[in-house]
Design a protein around this ligand. Structure first.
Ligand SMILES: [Zn+2]
Length: 273
């Protein structure tokens, strides 16, 4: 639209004085400029225009009703266009921390909350009842599953193991740069893997007859573990794998298993307390 001269605008204002469009006309005019019919539809405003807008609107606040409407419209829009949701720093929620995150409530309080909630969110009372994640969200969730890090749980086991080795003055390396990245490596050639029962497919937690995404993943991991064992063995390494349940159950027998190799392979002795 061409910019009108000030004189033109003044004249127009003058001539329109006392003119009140009917409700019907207003509605029609508003209808004619809705959504994609609006000449500004899909066009980004210039920085200058945005600045001007902010200045003229300074101090103005939408009514609560309007705010609600805007919120709903935005939600509707993002529901239809999930790809338009701002990512990373552009997302207004970026960097904000959920109230519940990192809150390690005492066991007593957790129990109390759980008791209070019991039965309240079942079935149709659950706010998510009957709803489904959008296809987009489901894709993201799937992807997150695949790239999930299992390190945290493994680490607890590793730490347990490392502690036992340290007590016995056994010198070891963590996450050595060897094929398969052994959790613990003891010179000259002992590779030790500390395997979580579920994700590495121990019989105590995993049934090979299961199917689904977890099962697929676990099976591929088991295959990978076997391959690593073979390759390491061929290269002259001693491979020892310990299950989570073995470590949690009887770590001493794990250590004595290492011990037998340790003495044979290395000849060094250590102080067994
Ligand atoms: Zn197990």
């Amino acid at each position: 639209m061409a910019k009108q001269s000030k004189e033109w605008i003044r004249k127009r204002v003058e001539s329109r004085k006392g003119y009140h469009p009917t409700e019907e006309t207003l509605r029609k005019q508003s209808e004619a400029k809705k959504g994609s019919k609006n000449p500004m539809y899909g066009k980004p405003r210039s920085q200058e225009a945005i600045q001007k807008f902010i200045v003229t609107r300074a101090g103005y606040k939408h009514s609560n009703e309007t705010r609600q409407k805007i919120r709903e419209a935005r939600l509707r829009f993002y529901k239809e266009h999930p790809e338009a949701i701002p990512k990373g720093e552009k997302n207004p929620m970026y960097g904000t921390i959920s109230v519940w995150r990192d809150k390690h409530l005492p066991e007593k309080i957790r129990l109390k909350i759980s008791q209070q909630r019991k039965g309240k969110y079942n079935g149709s009372d659950n706010p998510f009842f009957g709803k489904r994640h959008t296809e987009h969200t489901r894709e993201i969730m799937k992807d997150k599953w695949k790239h999930r890090s299992f390190k945290e749980k493994d680490n607890k086991l590793e730490l347990r193991f490392q502690k036992e080795l340290k007590i016995r003055n056994i010198i070891f390396q963590k996450q050595a740069e060897i094929l398969g990245r052994p959790d613990i490596f003891i010179q000259p050639n002992i590779c030790i893997f500390v395997d979580g029962c579920y994700w590495h497919g121990c019989k105590c937690k995993f049934n090979p007859e299961w199917s689904g995404e977890h099962a697929e993943y676990i099976k591929s991991r088991m295959k990978h573990d076997i391959e690593v064992n073979q390759k390491l063995h061929e290269a002259g390494y001693v491979v020892l794998r310990f299950w989570e349940h073995e470590i949690l159950g009887d770590i001493n027998s794990c250590i004595s298993k290492i011990n037998s190799y340790y003495k044979i392979e290395d000849g060094r002795k250590y102080d067994s307390k």
